[in-house]
Design a protein around this ligand. Structure first.
Ligand SMILES: [Fe+2]
Length: 217
């Protein structure tokens, strides 16, 4: 039953996040449904469960496994602007809202955790001169975050992914990448790891994704 309690807490928190950020209603509603899907996966072994979904943390007596680190790749630019939305006028691509939480391995939220995201545009191109599709933010008092962006495009040699650095205050930086389920290029990407696949749901005007970061602190 503990997980159900946590589910309610998370749904309330995300609702608050969505309202605070004035997310489009379809995305916010789909987001809440998406969280439920994650809980269902954690409790179900039935045929409807999709193995590629990221598991929802269960806050029991066991420590959470820390999120896997991955390479930053060659396209990181420091000192990105602080913003929750990377969208710009006329930016092509499928809208994507990524929501989730930052926990420590004791399953406690990390308010104020830094998350620095960067990704390719719809055509698979990074902006290495400026800060297009780059931005950092700090988790709220519940450890929650919301990133408004587009689905990144593909570029040669890689599957679809979003780069991120995550850091609790005065702690080491975790560098990793987030992936999408059911991507044909996942299997051929030597960096891809299924543990870093987000829980992605379709929404009326885009997609909503969930991921929980667990920092080794
Ligand atoms: Fe990349």
């Amino acid at each position: 039953m503990e997980i159900l309690v946590n589910t309610r807490m998370h749904r309330r928190s995300f609702q608050k996040l969505a309202l605070a950020l004035a997310l489009p209603a379809p995305l916010a509603l789909a987001a809440l449904g998406g969280r439920s899907a994650g809980i269902t996966l954690a409790q179900s072994t039935g045929p409807t469960a999709t193995p590629s979904l990221a598991p929802t943390p269960e806050c029991d007596d066991d420590d959470l496994a820390a999120t896997l680190p991955q390479t930053a790749g060659p396209f990181y630019t420091p000192e990105s602007p602080e913003r929750r939305s990377l969208l710009e006028p006329e930016m092509p691509g499928t809208r994507l809202v990524v929501g989730g939480y930052v926990y420590n391995t004791d399953c406690q939220p990390i308010p104020g955790a830094l998350l620095d995201f960067w990704q390719a545009d719809d055509a698979g191109v990074y902006d290495n001169q400026g800060y297009r599709l780059r931005g950092h933010q700090f988790a709220d008092e519940d450890g929650g975050f919301t990133l408004e962006t587009i689905v990144p495009g593909l570029y040669p040699g890689r599957t679809r992914h979003i780069h991120v650095m995550a850091q609790a205050q005065n702690e080491p930086v975790l560098t990793t990448q987030l992936y999408f389920p059911d991507e044909p290029a996942n299997a051929a990407d030597g960096i891809f790891d299924p543990a870093l696949v987000m829980d992605v749901q379709d929404a009326d005007d885009g997609k909503v994704a969930f991921f929980t970061f667990v920092l080794p602190v």
